[in-house]
Design a protein. Structure first.
Length: 486
């Protein structure tokens, strides 16, 4: 099967969140199953051309954008450690900027145009390459215009270069919808009839998430539970009706993790390696993390880690609600994250007030993320909603027991500790309240302190879970194959 994987961020080239991790792992996992997979992404300023060995493929590519022909380029490099080709769509005016989507927490005002250009250029680059995929995997609103142009764009319909190409649209987070002024429909060269209730119109605006849902052959999202949740009013962000209407074409496949990057036995970034059978290294990682964070070097005090975008979605209002109680408990707290100003202020104040208990790092720092996964005893993820979540999966692998809310991918991947039967992989709470979260933290701390055997069981069972891409890539492979009728 020939698969084009289109994404707006792909690790290690450019990353702001979990999508990049998925896009940096799933294509290679599909290639390992024997498929011809290629990746296409924008050529952002921050992509290190020399480090990744980018070569010019098409120095001048003309793309007809309705008002004028735009000239861009296509560069290419093999995906690191493989021969899988990556195509980078270049256009300095759109992509030679400091951010991927925004600067100083403000979205670029021309994002609709930037990503529409990316989608168009990605399609036309195929013509230049003479390579026609059977299916294009699109991810989130930034790539939603690929299925839209293929189905509705006047220059595409009926052309043999595009004819018969199937599209899968994967929703990584329904809340980020890419809603733009209605006038873009015409600016981007789409026919007026798409701006309707059964097209991409949503409350008078052009909604690209909706476009992806409406115009793709199949839709997937990143956990089974989230696939169900988004069909409800609580989680559907207004799109629940359209998702219900397409429920027969909607599947949930849990993301995997890449053990090359995230596994304590091979992780070159952490202070000491370890495995389920020999965990001395984990104690060293904890000591090193405490030292780095200026926290008392005590082995028996439970250390809770958090690595996250500081956004409402992630449940930080719950942490704010019980912060004082939390800081009175005998535990240590290390947080790494960036995001909303109100949370920066909250955690900055918390760190200043509790120097011996809390260590706050308000930046993006991949190495520190690895240190926290390896050095913490517990990982807190109290999300309001969580399409899949990767950090709880990394935590399992690092023997760092997750404390999570029962939603989306967290519900699908973490089993609550059952003290009677001595089963489980973490601590799960149901209600979205500070009290319920605190109760789960207290249960975890009590187990850590009072029941070392049960704690070891939790750590070992977690480390033995297989959430690598193998199973998920197979599921994607089967889904894609069913779409092209093979
Ligand atoms: P989301 O995609 O919603 O942000 P995920 O849990 O799916 O959440 O993925 C987040 C990814 O981004 C993880 O790989 C996590 O380690 C990383 N990450 C988030 N914030 C930071 C940060 N401040 N520094 C380093 N890595 C981070």
């Amino acid at each position: 099967m020939k698969i084009l994987y289109a994404a707006s961020e792909v690790a290690p080239f450019a990353k702001t969140g979990g999508l990049a991790d998925v896009a940096g792992a799933l294509p290679a996992a599909l290639a390992r199953l024997g498929h011809d997979v290629r990746i296409v992404m924008p050529l952002y300023k921050q992509i290190d051309r020399a480090r990744f060995g980018l070569k010019m493929l098409t120095p001048e590519m003309y793309v007809a954008f309705p008002e004028s022909a735009q000239i861009g380029c296509v560069m290419t490099a093999p995906f690191p450690g493989s021969s899988l080709p990556v195509y980078f769509i270049g256009h300095d005016e759109y992509f030679d900027r400091p951010g991927l989507y925004q600067e100083d927490a403000l979205d670029y005002p021309d994002n609709a145009e930037r990503f529409a250009y990316f989608c168009k250029a990605a399609l036309w680059s195929l013509v230049g390459l003479g390579w026609k995929p059977d299916v294009i995997c699109c991810n989130d609103w930034q790539t939603a215009l690929i299925p839209t142009f293929l189905r509705q764009g006047p220059e595409y319909a009926g052309r043999f270069e595009f004819d018969g190409i199937k599209t899968l649209f994967t929703i990584h987070n329904l809340a980020y919808q890419g809603a733009f002024d209605a006038s873009y429909v015409w600016k981007l060269g789409l026919p007026g009839h798409v701006f309707s209730a059964d097209g991409l119109e949503f409350y008078g605006r052009m909604n690209l998430m909706k476009a992806g849902i409406v115009y793709s052959d199949k839709i997937s999202t990143v956990s089974r539970r989230y696939a169900e949740e988004i069909q409800t009013e609580e989680f559907g962000c207004g799109l629940e009706g359209i998702l219900q209407a397409r429920r027969a074409d909607l599947t949930g496949i849990l993301n995997g993790i890449d053990p090359k990057d995230w596994s304590p036995d091979v992780d070159g970034l952490i202070p000491a390696k370890y495995s389920v059978g020999g965990r001395e290294g984990k104690a060293k990682c904890k000591a090193a993390l405490q030292k780095l964070c200026g926290l008392p070097a005590q082995e028996d005090i439970p250390l809770i880690g958090v690595i996250s975008r500081l956004a409402d979605q992630k449940g930080f209002d719950l942490i704010a609600e019980v912060a004082d109680t939390l800081m009175r408990m005998k535990l240590q707290f290390v947080l790494l994250g960036t995001g909303e100003k109100k949370y920066h202020e909250l955690f900055e104040a918390l760190g200043k007030k509790n120097k011996k208990r809390a260590s706050i790092h308000l930046r993006f720092d991949n190495k520190l993320a690895h240190w926290i996964e390896a050095g913490a005893d517990m990982f807190l993820m109290p999300s309001r909603y969580e399409p899949c979540g990767l950090n709880q999966l990394y935590s399992l692998r690092y023997g760092t027991v997750p404390i999570v809310r029962r939603t989306g991918g967290l519900a699908d991947s973490i089993m609550d500790y059952d003290a009677k039967n001595k089963t489980g992989t973490g601590f799960v709470f149901e209600d979205y309240t500070g009290e319920a979260m605190l109760d789960a933290i207290q249960r975890a701390v009590k187990c850590y302190r009072k029941s070392p055997k049960a704690w070891a069981m939790l750590v070992e069972t977690g480390m033995q879970q297989d959430f690598t891409w193998n199973a998920s890539a197979k599921a994607y492979g089967q889904l894609l194959q069913s779409m092209i009728g093979r």
